[in-house]
Design a protein around this ligand. Structure first.
Ligand SMILES: Cc1ncc(COP(=O)(O)O)c(C=O)c1O
Ligand SMILES: N[C@@H](CCOP(=O)(O)O)C(=O)O
Length: 464
């Protein structure tokens, strides 16, 4: 399997190279040169298998000869051993045909663990084989950062620097990033929003001298391996609800477009997905794009679902590549319009295809709070604000009521206790292993939203 850049001007890579490279050198994102197919029989055969075995079968065609089968099975087993549920990603039921996919049973209580725990294991094997060290720099609106730190803390071959928007993540998220004491972990509080953090990260990748000098690697969803790991749970959920003999729909709380793009990949591989619904909070650029055909940034507004406070949705570029028949030059032009003018217009053909593949909706702050309250009253479940955005939009965009709708429950309510308490009167508790999170000392470096200042902090903080 070869990987190609969405902007068409970077060298093709194999899986291992794409994973360790992160952003392509032409500024694009790596995608497989074609979508591997799973037949109806192969999908039917996934029923009853462990999460780990489904993960192996779904991801195997993408990794080429990077790992032997035995190595890859071992990597998968180690990755999910830390999950607090035997099913790893179980489903629960909200009403007869509405389900939650519980993605928060990993070590940091958000869906990011599903991919990050796997990537941590894959990096360790690949770096040891190459005798290589890397500097991982990540941008986070709260969850990617804590998951990355958890996956890479204490490793000799890796230094980790996480850029988060100062004052715009929950206290639990911040403390998950600032309390690990390992010398290879650095939490950087940036004066700006998530889009600023992600833009500076991309600037670092585009500064080849810096990139090569520090051995820069990325574990945001710009890294294809992140998206790949997230494809798996669309298969486990759909098969447990009757696929491939029955269609299933998904509603996905969306920010950087990585998680829902993974659903799109599952559909391209042959999984019978009926509707893929984009659910946004008040930062609703993706919903507006579906409505108007114009991708128009407006600045990020803080919300009670802070992990989705994003306007520049990185992985939308991967979708554009398909919508424009894999013409890298066309994607390059749109991305240059976005960088220079803050917006781009989709062609009519691209809008039509976008609307064929996706549906969308938004939930404002009151609707999100009201959904948390209602779900608690009607089902007894306590959901996080991001999940509540998904549930609200799923109710608006239900479609055929006989098709099961799965909402991705992307984080545990205890990561956002203030918002949940305001809506339910109940303060969700952290699991016992994190009970002392608020007693642990914090270690954080404040940095301006400035490329040179960030690069200097990273150069100084790296171990040689
Ligand atoms: C809890 C939570 N829900 C939803 C999202 C949105 O996911 P994505 O960025 O893959 O669209 C994120 C982060 O982005 C998140 O942390
Ligand atoms: N919501 C994310 C934002 C970064 O997204 P990623 O999937 O590209 O890593 C976060 O919690 O940091």
């Amino acid at each position: 399997m070869k990987y190609v850049s969405t902007r068409g001007a970077a060298p093709d890579l194999n899986f291992e190279e794409a994973m360790l490279t992160g952003l392509a050198r032409d500024g694009g994102l790596y995608v497989p040169e074609s979508w591997p197919q799973m037949s109806t029989d192969e999908i039917a055969a996934l029923a009853g298998l462990s999460y780990e075995e489904v993960a192996f079968r779904v991801m195997r065609p993408f990794i080429g000869d990077t790992f032997t089968d035995a190595e890859f099975r071992d990597i998968i087993a180690r990755a999910y051993a830390s999950f607090g549920h035997a099913a790893r990603v179980p489903l629960s039921q909200l009403d007869p045909n509405l389900f939650l996919m519980e993605l928060h049973h990993g070590p940091t209580l958000a869906f990011k663990d599903v991919a990050m725990q796997l990537i941590g294991q894959m990096f360790q094997v690949a770096l040891a084989r190459r005798g290589q060290r890397v500097t991982i720099v990540g941008a986070t609106s709260g969850d990617t950062g804590s998951a990355a730190i958890e996956a890479f803390r204490g490793l000799d071959a890796v230094d980790v620097f996480i850029l988060f928007p100062d004052g715009r993540v929950s206290d639990v998220q911040r403390r998950q990033m600032t309390t690990p004491s390992e010398a290879n972990v650095h939490a950087l509080a940036v004066k700006g929003d998530f889009d600023d953090c992600q833009a500076r990260l991309k600037d670092m990748f585009n500064d080849f001298a810096f990139r090569d000098a520090v051995g820069l690697a990325g574990v945001n969803s710009i890294n294809w391996a992140r998206v790949l790991a997230q494809v798996v749970y669309y298969f486990t959920a759909a098969v447990s609800l009757g696929a491939p003999h029955r269609k299933v729909s998904f509603t996905v709380p969306t920010g950087n477009f990585g998680d829902i793009f993974a659903g799109y990949v599952a559909k391209r591989m042959g999984l019978p997905i009926d509707r893929l619904v984009i659910a946004t909070n008040r930062n609703d650029i993706l919903h507006r794009t579906l409505e108007t055909g114009r991708y128009q940034t407006e600045g990020v507004t803080p919300s009670i679902s802070p992990s989705m406070d994003i306007q520049v949705s990185s992985n939308f570029e991967r979708l554009l590549f398909d919508l424009y028949d894999r013409e890298g030059a066309a994607v390059d032009q749109l991305m240059s319009d976005l960088k220079n003018g803050g917006s781009f217009a989709l062609s009519q053909g691209a809008v039509d295809r976008l609307r064929e593949e996706f549906d969308s909706g938004r939930a404002d702050e009151d609707e999100t709070r009201a959904t948390i309250t209602r779900v608690r009253q009607t089902t007894g479940q306590i959901v996080c604000p991001h999940t509540a955005v998904g549930i609200k939009v799923a109710a608006d965009r239900r479609g055929d009521p006989s098709v099961p709708m799965v909402v991705l429950a992307t984080a545990h309510a205890a990561k956002f206790p203030d918002a949940v308490e305001a809506a339910t009167g109940l303060r969700p508790a952290l699991p016992p292993r994190m009970a002392d999170l608020f007693d642990r000392p914090e270690r954080v470096t404040q940095v301006d939203n400035d490329l040179a200042a960030l690069q200097a902090t990273i150069r100084e903080g790296r171990r040689a």
